[in-house]
Design a protein around this ligand. Sequence first.
Ligand code: ADP
Ligand code: MG
Length: 304
Amino acid sequence: MTATNRPASRLRAEGLTLSYDQRTVATDLTVDIPDHSFTVIIGPNACGKSTLLTALARMLKPRAGQVYLDGAAIASYRSREVARRLGLLPQTSTAPGGITVGDLVARGRYPHQGILKQWSAEDETAVVDAMRQTGVLELADRPVDDLSGGQRQRVWLSMVLAQQTSILLLDEPTTYLDIAHQVEVLDLCAELHAHKGHTVVAVLHDLNQACRYATHLIVMRPGGVIAAEGDPRNVMTAELVEDVFGLPCRIIPDPETGTPLMVPAAPKWYAPAGATSAETTGRTDAGDVPADGAAHDPAMAKTS
Ligand SMILES: Nc1ncnc2c1ncn2[C@@H]1O[C@H](COP(=O)(O)OP(=O)(O)O)[C@@H](O)[C@H]1O
Ligand SMILES: [Mg+2]
């Protein structure tokens, strides 16, 4: 497909320079978010993932370049109009003191309110549905301040879902969550993408989850540079992980899904109980090193 007949993405960024005062995080960053994709962004700490997401949501004004939403410069929209099309879950948010879960989630309906439009049954349904989807409905009357980090994270996600936008930008939606809730949130994102046709963009740290869920993977390196992007099965290689994260590893097929599974290389000193030294180190010069080191430990020998 050539650049000219490629369908334009609803959300794309062209030639962005992103800075905070004196610090420039990215220069000439161009990215297309494929429509109806589950796009996952991975990359080492501080490489600019959150900065990119905030620029895509118009929360950060680029020094140069432009973000386009539905074919028009995002800067040209009224903020309520952006919020009807695109929702952002920031990496960190602070709730107003004393606010309850239900009231916070209801704030997600703000873009749908107006001077003349009162709170409607539709708003109520959207809020209850969003709380149910993230499993926080039973927390509705609790103050947000009293919740655990994981509960709070699901409340914020709920607020974004209540906004009912067809584009969702989620910055580390699984942070603070136990593994079962991580899977639940990612399954929910996958469902929004697969069954409702939403475009979901999420920053994740777990490369294996990224490979399982992403239909489009974007790998960023420090300096806000895109190192690779595409189908995770083509993108995720040991060379890339070592290059971008500095981590030697192996990539094997995930036994459940067949997607790439990244296994970090064991440190040289690692010797699991019961394994021979040749097995653990892969060396063939082990000679007569005993299979069970413990048997040759004088302290152990006394008791055996
Ligand atoms: N509000 C800010 N003011 C100044 N520097 C910032 C701010 N937010 C982020 N940075 C810096 O910008 C760089 C990219 O940050 P960020 O986009 O948050 O990285 P990531 O999300 O990939 O971990 C980092 O060096 C970070 O310290
Ligand atoms: Mg971040």
